[in-house]
Ligand binder design. Sequence first.
Ligand code: ZN
Length: 214
Amino acid sequence: MDNEIKPAEVANDVVVSMEYTLTVDGAIVDSSDEDGPLEFLQGHGNIISGLEKALYGMKTGENKRVVVGPAEGYGDYDPKAVMDVPRREFPREIPLKPGVELEVTDQDGDTQFARIVSVGKDEVKLDFNHPLAGKTLHFEITIGDLRIASSEELAHGHVHAHGHGHSHGDDEEEDFYLDDADEEDLDEDEDLLYEDIEDDDYYDEDEFDDEDED
Ligand code: ZN
């Protein structure tokens, strides 16, 4: 339908399509060039707050540079989100080497990402901080199409493909979507499930690459 009414600018409850490039410490870490524009529901915390705040009033075709500090980005780096896990808890197929990224699932089925910091004789040090925690985020964004959200999208607080239907999946979240996993839920006594996500692009920063020197 070409005659549908379009919102004039970014406002609460508007579905925004946005092209973006995210640069951290001088390196591009994420960009819509890879996966196409990001679609999200403005005003519902779908994207990090510092970016969402900067978009109000913008019109289709407008671009902007937005600098977001940790407080309105991925939070400060939390030293308490680093923990030691007995080596024997890891499945054998997981390469226990610094830099390896893991998906960790607890008994409730909640999944978190972690990165191996170091490997000791008996214990493995895992870092559950988001890789962008403590970082200042430099976004360059261009607003694309704006549309009115469906009533279902508003009720759910997020975008559905094509504005209708229901397609909830874990992979629905973009890299810089809010991660609502609660780090305090992590109990050292729980049985945790570890899964190697080395091929995943969740952590794609060069700093996590380690040279194989054995
Ligand atoms: Zn939904």
